[in-house]
Design a protein around this ligand. Structure first.
Ligand code: NAG
Ligand code: NAG
Ligand code: NAG
Length: 247
């Protein structure tokens, strides 16, 4: 009797304590905002990816960006050039976007869980393929830890993210607070129907976009690299222009 009463008391205390301290995950207020790498030209939000028209706007410079909200949503934007040492005139480019929810774990790690149907990737390898390849993109991420510091020289708030293996990601700087993000809810439900139906001829409905399994950036230990690309309809690359068009 006595021991179960003590157990109950401890149980209540424990629950009360846990609720007071956090609600489900640890506080993450220091992460809130839009963070961008040094060039500050790749930023999350509608200026990067337009989900209605399935269109990326290529930033002026390569870079990456992450946004976080206080209620556990994230968005990320990657624009990278992949150097080709054997053929310097043939650089490859990759644009990736995804969003979803994130959690700070008790051990200080961050887990990012994207909404799988929403992520997009555009891969361009002009010397090998005439058209850029537009696919779905879904890659969960684990950051072993992070720190928010004031950059001594530039006096700018800096976010250091450490990858799952402990190696640092390029430093990110606070670009905007509150963050600039697309709606945090699911943008592309799998059951997307084509209004009228007729327009779909020769085109690929967004709900049919294949999932890209060839994740070039291995951000978590679980991801396996599969040597496969899925081609999606006809994708036009506006050469020299700022935009990539699909469909
Ligand atoms: C998305 O990726 C995660 C791992 O990164 C995987 O567990 C999940 O099944 C994927 N979702 C889809 C729909 O493929
Ligand atoms: C924290 O816990 C997660 C989940 O168990 C694990 O994957 C991660 O490696 C841990 N991080 C550290 C720093 O131990
Ligand atoms: C980065 O870009 C954003 C949006 O254009 C701007 O508000 C911010 O001041 C810039 N940050 C730096 C450090 O230049």
């Amino acid at each position: 009797m006595v021991s179960s009463a003590i157990g109950l008391a401890f149980g209540l205390f424990g629950a009360g304590f846990a609720t007071a301290q956090t609600t489900g995950s640890l506080p993450i207020t220091d992460l809130v905002g839009t963070w961008s790498s040094k060039s500050n030209s790749t930023l999350t939000g509608p200026g990067f990816y337009d989900p209605v028209n399935e269109k990326f706007t290529e930033p002026k410079h390569t870079g990456i960006s992450y946004s976080f909200t206080a209620d556990g949503h994230f968005e990320e934007a990657y624009y990278r050039a992949i150097a080709n040492p054997t053929k310097p005139e043939c650089p490859k480019g990759i644009i990736q976007w995804q969003h979803g929810s994130f959690q700070k774990l008790a051990n200080g790690s961050l887990t990012l869980s994207p909404i799988a149907v929403d992520g997009r990737q555009l891969y361009s390898d002009p010397c090998s393929y005439k058209n850029a390849v537009f696919t779905r993109y879904n890659a969960s991420e684990l950051f072993e830890r992070y720190e928010v510091v004031t950059d001594g020289y530039r006096k700018i708030t800096r976010l250091n993210l450490y990858k799952f293996d402990g190696s640092p990601l390029m430093p990110l700087y606070l670009a905007m607070s509150p963050p600039e993000m697309l709606p945090t809810s699911t943008l592309n439900p799998l059951t997307t129907s084509t209004p009228g139906g007729a327009k779909a001829t020769g085109k690929v409905k967004r709900s049919e976009l294949p999932l890209n399994h060839n994740v070039l950036s291995k951000r978590t230990p679980q991801q396996k690299q599969a040597d496969r690309w899925w081609w999606v309809g006809v994708i036009l690359t506006a050469s020299g222009g700022a935009l990539y068009y699909f469909f």
